[in-house]
Design a protein around this ligand. Structure first.
Ligand SMILES: Nc1ncnc2c1ncn2[C@@H]1O[C@H](COP(=O)(O)OP(=O)(O)OP(=O)(O)O)[C@@H](O)[C@H]1O
Length: 578
């Protein structure tokens, strides 16, 4: 575990870690020597040799004084190391997670990450602050006692050394059982926590279906499972805990019996026997503590492993030297295939080019892969096969910041921060002037929202933008994209969020964006499709057709059938155009 930790912490912490360990070892040895010194002290006292006893007492006093000072220094070092470890782990996890593909951030992974960052790192820090000191001292002190005992009675020392491996096996077994139980409970706790968050977030949906007050089955199930697993984990740990305690008592009894047998055989005098018994008690005391702590240490080790697992997740590769961008504003998919789950292709051999400052509409049935195409352009995932080029260069040969500087996104799941409208638009470009922010807001129709709200531009939007409607949120998102003024805009028209008024703003904004950027639009409205320079029809993850609206209608293929069906169902909003 310590080598795992050293690998997480890096070179900067090695010296501090070594300093701390040196103090813990010193403390353990001093305690062992102090315990062993009881033998000559008691021997001399009980045999009436006062002056010799005083000499040994003097030595004992010096060792005890040193053993009392050592914990203070070592506790200071332990807390220093613990705080450093927590901070470093937070920094390393933060840096690493920031470089992972966006696709990594699923609900389950986010739940685990938040647990690892909060309780996991604190548990590992606590390892230094509270656990390692008694644990290491609990091993070093008895080892010192056993070695020093050779000077008084080699047979008793051998008895002590025989106990050690037996106890080691027992404690390791006990720790493993506790660790296994903790792994089970941790998985159940993460699931339950995710379900609680889901339950809280989905209150509107649940209430809409009359399920707000009564239980939510997935949550109930997760809590019941957590309870069941908790009981199983408890029962799993009990035998180990009992065996650890029992083993320690057994070792103590074995040492006493050895001492008594030696005394009865006449090879140890009664005075030495008393001293030896005191030594046996001091030998097993720290071991009992090790037994009690072995489970907690195993749990901390599990946390170290979970942190290592997060740090082992493969980040997006970043080139040392970014590739030049020979064709600014151009998007090209060249034989792209992709699968979220191995063996389940979502895109197959998709190829198309969006020339600079043109508009391409992506259409296709739900699940045909439209959103996935835009995600690959923004490199939320890396392609499984083929190449995505932005600005003429493979996205994998570009630094994330360079790629993101070229692309603005307006997606269905717009996230607004719990801040003012103005601050939310400024996310598009942090150094924009107030006039630029307001102009972008005006072009996207946000000024109309501002005019209705009592605090105007300074109105807060609530967490995730909950105080705005879906269409209003989308307008803020469009304003961000306009403000960013990126060469490429990826936009999802998101029919659900659009009433007639919002639709008008989206159309106007599209016109603004069209004049200055390359547009790839997941199109749901006929005017967008008709205005597009090129329409790509996706079917089951492949390009089924490509052309302009009149060309595709004339071809009488999938698009023409799709259009006729939508037209019949009035799915295309032909009437809203001004
Ligand atoms: N994060 C994900 N993990 C696994 N599968 C996914 C993920 N996102 C999408 N998919 C699957 O990939 C396929 C294509 O989804 P995608 O969202 O790209 O389609 P779409 O054409 O945009 O659909 P819609 O119009 O309904 O938004 C679907 O079968 C979907 O279930």
């Amino acid at each position: 575990m310590l080598s795992d930790l050293a690998a997480i912490l890096g070179d900067g912490h090695r010296a501090k870690l070594r300093g701390y360990l040196a103090w813990v070892l010193t403390f353990g040895v001093l305690q062992g020597v102090a315990a062993a010194l009881l033998v000559p002290v008691l021997r001399q006292l009980l045999s009436g040799e006062l002056s010799a006893a005083l000499g040994w007492l003097g030595v004992l006093a010096v060792v005890v004084a040193a053993a009392c000072g050592a914990p203070y220094v070592q506790a200071m070092k332990a807390f220093e190391v613990a705080l450093g470890v927590i901070t470093t782990m937070h920094e390393r996890i933060g840096d690493h997670v920031g470089a992972l593909p966006v696709g990594w951030f699923t609900g389950e992974k986010i739940g685990r990450l938040s647990r690892v960052v909060s309780s996991g790192t604190v548990m590992v820090g606590g390892l230094f602050a509270h656990l390692l000191t008694p644990l290491l001292a609990g091993v070093v002190t008895p080892a010192t006692i056993a070695l020093v005992t050779f000077a008084f009675d080699w047979r008793l020392a051998v008895a002590m050394l025989v106990c050690a491996p037996v106890l080691h096996v027992l404690f390791t077994w006990a720790g493993k059982l506790v660790g296994k139980g903790e792994e089970l409970s941790d998985a159940a706790a993460v699931t339950a926590a995710n379900r609680v968050v889901e339950f809280a977030r989905q209150q509107r949906t649940l209430r809409a279906f009359g399920r707000g007050a009564e239980g939510h089955k997935p949550l109930d199930d997760a809590i019941t499972e957590q309870h069941t697993v908790g009981r199983r984990a408890m029962w799993l740990s009990v035998p180990g805990i009992l065996a650890g305690g029992f083993g320690t008592q057994l070792a103590f009894t074995a040492l006493i019996v050895t001492g008594v047998v030696l005394a009865l055989g006449g090879s140890v005098d009664p005075v030495s026997l008393i001293a030896v018994l005191a030594l046996a008690a001091r030998f097993t005391g720290p071991l009992a503590e090790v037994s009690a702590l072995s489970g907690a240490v195993r749990m901390a080790h599990n946390d170290v492993r979970r942190i290592t697992a997060v740090l082992a997740e493969k980040p997006l590769s970043e080139p040392e030297v970014p590739a030049p961008l020979p064709r600014p504003g151009e998007i090209e998919l060249d034989g792209v295939s992709f699968e979220y789950t191995t063996g389940k292709p979502v895109l197959r051999d998709v190829s198309f080019t969006v020339p600079p400052r043109t508009m391409t509409a992506l259409v296709g049935a739900s699940g045909s892969g439209k959103t996935t195409v835009t995600r690959l352009i923004a490199r939320f995932w890396d392609v499984t096969g083929g190449t995505v080029r932005v600005g003429g260069a493979d996205v994998r040969d570009q630094r994330t910041e360079d790629l993101m500087a070229q692309v603005a996104m307006v997606f269905q799941d717009v996230y607004l921060f719990d801040d003012t409208l103005e601050a939310n638009i400024r996310v598009g470009r942090a150094d924009a002037t107030e006039a630029e922010v307001r102009e972008a807001g005006r072009l996207a129709g946000v000024d109309e929202i501002v005019a209705r709200l009592p605090r105007g531009w300074a109105s807060r939007v609530g967490e995730g933008g909950t105080s705005l409607s879906g269409g209003e949120r989308q307008r803020v998102s469009i304003a961000r994209a306009i403000l960013k003024n990126a060469p490429i805009v990826l936009l999802d028209e998101a029919t659900a969020a659009l009433d007639a008024e919002n639709e008008r703003y989206v159309r106007d904004a599209l016109r603004t964006l069209m004049n200055r950027s390359t547009l790839l639009v997941i199109a749901h409205r006929l005017p967008t499709v008709v205005a597009a320079d090129q329409i790509i029809v996706l079917h089951d993850g492949a390009v089924a057709e490509r052309g302009t609206h009149p060309e595709l209608l004339a071809a009488g293929g999938r698009y023409a059938a799709f259009w006729a069906e939508r037209n019949r169902a009035k799915g295309w909003r032909l009437t809203v155009g001004r």
